[in-house]
Design a protein around this ligand. Sequence first.
Ligand code: NI
Length: 396
Amino acid sequence: MQITSDTIAEYADQVIDDVIKWRRYLHQNPELSFHEVNTAQFVFDTLQSFGELELSRPTRTSVMARLIGPNPGKTLALRADMDALPITEETGLPFASQNPGVMHACGHDGHTAILLGTAKILAGMKEQINGEVRFLFQHGEEQFPGGAQEMVKAGCMDGVDMVIGLHLDSQRETGQIALLSGPYYAAPDSFEITVIGKGGHAAYPHETVDSVAVAAQVITNLQQIVSRTTNPLDSLVLSVSTIAGGQAHNVIPGKVTMTGTVRSFQPAFRQSVPERMEAVIRGVTAAHGASYEFRYTRGYDPVINDEKLTNLVRATLVSVFGEEALPPVERQMGGEDFSAYLQKAPGTFFDIGAGNVAKGIVAPHHHPRFTIDEDALLIGVKAFVNIAYNLLNRKD
Ligand code: NI
């Protein structure tokens, strides 16, 4: 039987009500990173109801499903993340979170539902599949060190030839798809700096080493790294995002603690950042008689999309959704632990528009009023199924 994108569109129409139902169930029952116990069980049970799939639990809160076709071929992994965030939902939706203080505020409920729908369709197409489709339902994307590297350690990528992932994006209109070859998401590192001075009475600063004043200098001077010592054509973000010190208006505190994030793409360049930061921190604190502690934590690797695979995926998406659905896009300074899979096999990661200004769906990700346009779910399912079928059934 000849499978075309029209056939797949019919299959997608048949599962979309289920996909929306699953998404709403997951939305109503969010669980934090590494605690996706009920979520993983729900995914496992739903996958089991499709038949045809070999199921396993790579970690306590993740699920893997293998669909092995009758003909030899390549192995393609498709990934969805399943975790929610520590946010109190304010959407007022009828299916809003019933787990106080926890919310699917990044769309991972949608990712999970899309991949379930994809698995249901592909399970029904098993006889037409060459090779294997491996479905990775991953835990803990939002929290470093991330669930992806645990999935890799558990062997989920063994024998995988290519890996594809997607993210819903409320800041892009439904119908638009963002796909880019090469660097796409940045490496999100983090740091903590403590400026240690000498506390005392705020009326007698000369008898203290003012950690607040020194911390202010440290912050200002750290910006020189981005603005003066980095090639403007390289991408670097250095944000000091928290600062804490002191309790009273008339007391100079003995120390100030700051935390922040560093975002970059190039490995050699990324490697140099902590050293350059410490040189600034050391120099500024020494100049004012203070000392410091500095801790730098490397986060996820950058997401670098494979050129050949990205072009194949683009050809499929253009044939299904039209050229106008894939306008030129730029890379982003956000991070994604999908990069862990890319250390094992070439792959590509793309964004699916799930915003809708006319429907008032505009809140950014990780916001208490974040939601997605559910019309994007159908696009996600069609994208995944068409990509899987085309990649595995290509002639060369
Ligand atoms: Ni996310």
